[in-house]
Design a protein around this ligand. Structure first.
Ligand code: ADP
Ligand code: MG
Length: 539
């Protein structure tokens, strides 16, 4: 629609540039709602353990096969502003809880579908927004109430959570094994502060190398550096390693300015070279003196220094990424040193073993059996690159799910259990709300059930029948009853061991509602016209 001039006493006033477009009111709202629902529709068939995967081909022909919600939306490169909004919501969910991205988007889609019906019944968007907000508040209270506490150190329970997260992923043959790795990784890096547990997943490093099979994936209690030992004369394996971690080079830095040194005789050149050698020799001497047998630096090591290090039996790795350097420091208890003269034995890190190993066609340095392994690494292997990529995404979801459970110490059942329980409660709550907002609260309850129906549909079961059965069970007090998508039965999911951290559904419900209300609030879309140069660039 073209920019609509506003008339003032017969004189049209144009406030937008030529080429801009504007859509108002209900038309704008409907356009946004349609786009957002279309996005949710895309993810719907991939939802749950029986969901399908998507194959995405980018403009260069690169293929990604994935079941990960955030990845699908990211690769689809959507155009519509409201669709992009949903993509952002899914990213937010991914960053905050790491799992449940599809659930958040599908729920937003369901809320908008319900809102459409209400709009048709002449309920104003503001009333719908208010109703949804009240429902959300109530739902979040309720979900925390129904959640069961678990012991964050109970590895068996944590493994169940990892398995639930991995249920929908394309790594089924290695599912048990991946679940164990995720639990062990989180268990190793978790920290207790006061009476609360903290997990910082930045300290789980994931290194990918294709080749081998998924079962060759390995957890290392320490760090893996995707680098080689710098000099062939150095040892490839050092036990009881004492590690110096440096962010300074072992080379003579070139002068910053255009300084000039005039050399007039061969003796002078020899002197200069000898001096350089002497400086480097002294640095290596110092490293040796404090007892270092491994050197890891963020910067370079020149040939002379390499030679001296090798001569002293020191294993060295150069040009390590800053983030990896910090992981080495954290895992081995080392202090990062900027000035070798200041180095003391206390600054060195410790590990049982530092070793260069061949992985596929490459060499990597493994730092294992660290003193205080507060950082871990996972080396992901698999037949080919696409499998390794999807394995990484699956592992990240599982790690997040386990971390969420450790942090909050609370779980709910899988298979739609919390959604149905909340819907039941909200219907009762709606009556207290009254007025037209009551309709919105009821709509919220239906939207929650809509998510469950997607899960059931994908399993090839009858959604209406299953929903009726679920409602009946929950009315009779089975708070954690959900659909087992493998058998089609309705069972107590917590009892059966199919559960997830409460943060996953809770946050999905929260971000889904935020997305839907954000879209409902928009009644005007103004799209700026393309700049002249951009227009010309287009063929
Ligand atoms: N064994 C199971 N039976 C039924 N539902 C399950 C089972 N395991 C996981 N789920 C459900 O699958 C859904 C998550 O599916 P998933 O494809 O991972 O989407 P998301 O991106 O939202 O995490 C959740 O609703 C969860 O309860
Ligand atoms: Mg998931």
């Amino acid at each position: 629609m073209a920019a609509r001039p506003i008339e003032s006493m017969g004189v049209p006033v144009v406030i937008l540039k030529e080429g801009s477009s504007r859509t108002y009111g209900r038309e704008a709202l409907r356009s946004n709602m349609m786009a957002a629902r279309a996005v949710a529709e895309v993810l719907r068939t991939t939802f749950g353990p029986k969901g399908m995967d998507k194959m995405l081909v980018d403009s260069l022909g690169d293929i990604t096969i994935t079941n990960d919600g955030a990845t699908i939306l990211d690769k689809m490169d959507l155009q519509h502003p409201a669709a992009k909004l949903l993509v952002q919501i899914s990213k937010g969910q991914d960053e905050e809880v790491g799992d449940g991205t599809k659930r958040a988007v599908i729920f937003a889609g369901e809320l908008l579908k319900q809102a459409e019906d209400l709009l048709n019944k002449d309920v104003h968007p503001t009333i719908i927004i208010q109703g949804y907000k009240k429902a959300l508040e109530r739902a979040l209270e309720k979900i925390n109430e129904v959640a069961e506490a678990i012991d964050p150190t109970d590895k068996e329970k944590l493994k169940r959570i990892a398995l639930t997260s991995l249920a929908s992923k394309g790594v089924q043959e290695a599912r048990e094994y991946f679940a164990e790795i995720a639990v062990e990784a989180v268990d190793t890096i978790k920290e207790k502060r006061g009476d609360k547990w903290y997990v910082d997943l930045d300290y789980v490093q994931i290194v990918k190398k294709h080749g081998g099979s998924l079962k060759d994936t390995k957890l290392v209690k320490g760090v893996i550096l995707d680098k080689e030992v710098v000099h062939p004369g150095m040892p490839k394996r050092v036990e009881n390693a004492k590690i110096a971690v440096l962010d300074t080079p072992l080379e003579i830095e070139k002068p910053e300015l255009d300084a000039e040194i005039r050399i007039t005789s061969p003796e002078q050149l020899k002197l200069l070279l000898e001096e350089k050698e002497e400086i480097l020799r002294k640095k290596v001497e110092k490293l040796k003196e404090v007892g270092a047998n491994v050197v890891i630096t963020q910067k370079g090591i020149d040939e002379v220094a390499q030679y001296y290090l090798a001569k002293n039996g020191i294993l060295a790795v150069r040009r390590v990424k800053r983030s990896d350097l910090e992981k080495v420091a954290r895992a081995t208890g080392a202090r990062i040193i900027s000035n070798i003269e200041d180095l003391t034995p206390e600054d060195l890190g410790e590990a049982q073993l530092v070793e260069e190993r061949k992985v596929g066609d490459d060499k990597m340095v493994f730092i294992e059996g660290a003193k205080n392994p507060r950082a871990v690494s996972i080396l992901v292997r698999g037949g080919f690159e696409r499998i390794v990529d999807e394995a990484e995404r699956s592992l990240r979801d599982a790690l997040s799910a386990v971390a969420d459970a450790v942090k909050a110490g609370k779980i709910v059942g899988a298979g739609g259990a919390p959604e149905v329980e909340l819907a039941l409660d909200l219907r009762e709550f709606a009556r207290k709300v009254g007025g037209k907002e009551q309709l919105a609260v009821e709509a919220f309850a239906r939207a929650l059930e809509g998510v469950v129906m997607a899960l059931v549909e994908n399993a090839g079961l009858d959604p209406v029948e299953k929903l009726m059965q679920l409602r009946a069970k929950h009315s009779n007090g089975c708070k954690h009853c959900g659909v087992d998508v493998y058998t089609g039965e309705i069972v107590d999911m917590v009892e059966k061991g199919n559960f997830e951290a409460v943060a996953v559904p809770a946050n999905a419900i929260k971000s889904g509602t935020e997305a839907a209300t954000l879209i409902l609030r928009i009644d005007d879309i103004v799209v700026a016209g393309k700049k002249e140069e951009e227009k010309e660039k287009k063929p």
